[in-house]
Design a protein around this ligand. Structure first.
Ligand SMILES: [Zn+2]
Length: 200
């Protein structure tokens, strides 16, 4: 364990573990912990199917970029995997989580799960810490590549802020990840305004 990067260490009667590069840690009671657990989606590293996430998405309606990070659909996805997986699956981060199709969730999961299982076995696994660690990762398409060219289509990579307090950066390619929710919202609005008693 690299002491240089260690932020907080926990020593309990069941063992020791560390927390790297973390921000705020809140200690909660057992009851509060249980309440939090009920809000969490299935663990990304053990989940067998994307259908669980798809079913949960139908009951919640934040943008997909926020839903992935909030751990509601599945748990375990951090900020780097969030941006990269949406790029691989060609999903715009502002699309409603409930408007993402089962097939698109499948694409997201088919990349995320094997990648995360592989990465967790590798020491120094995250790309944001050292230059050496970044070099070891071969799937850095969008994260921290703001205004650099997309490796697939040469469009400039964009960055927006999402999540609680809108403090977490999301990177995406506007060409490879079109925002089809905008088209859907427009269609819905046109449909509504064409109804005889529609409220504007
Ligand atoms: Zn692109």
């Amino acid at each position: 364990m690299s002491k240089k990067r260690l932020n907080t260490a926990f020593i309990t009667d069941k063992g020791e573990f560390g927390y790297f590069g973390g921000g705020i840690i809140k200690l909660v009671s057992s009851d509060e912990a249980e309440a939090i657990k009920t809000r969490l989606g299935p663990d990304m590293l053990t989940v067998k199917t994307s259908l669980d996430a798809f079913a949960r998405a139908q009951t919640t309606d934040p943008p997909i970029g926020e839903a992935l990070l909030s751990q509601e659909l599945v748990s375990g996805i951090g900020n780097v995997y969030k941006s990269e997986s949406m790029f691989i699956a060609k999903i715009h981060p502002l699309r409603w989580a409930s408007a993402v199709s089962a097939r698109e969730y499948e694409r997201l999961f088919n990349w995320l799960q094997p990648q995360m299982v592989k990465d967790i076995k590798r020491p120094g696994k995250m790309i944001t810490t050292t230059r050496e660690a970044a070099k070891a990762v071969h799937w850095n398409f969008v994260y921290r590549r703001y205004h650099q060219n997309c490796l697939l289509c040469n469009t400039k990579i964009e960055r927006i802020y999402q999540g609680a307090g809108k403090g977490r950066s999301t990177y995406y390619c506007p060409h490879c990840q079109p925002n089809t929710s905008l088209v859907q919202d427009l269609r819905n609005n046109l449909h509504r305004s064409s109804q005889p008693n529609a409220k504007m």
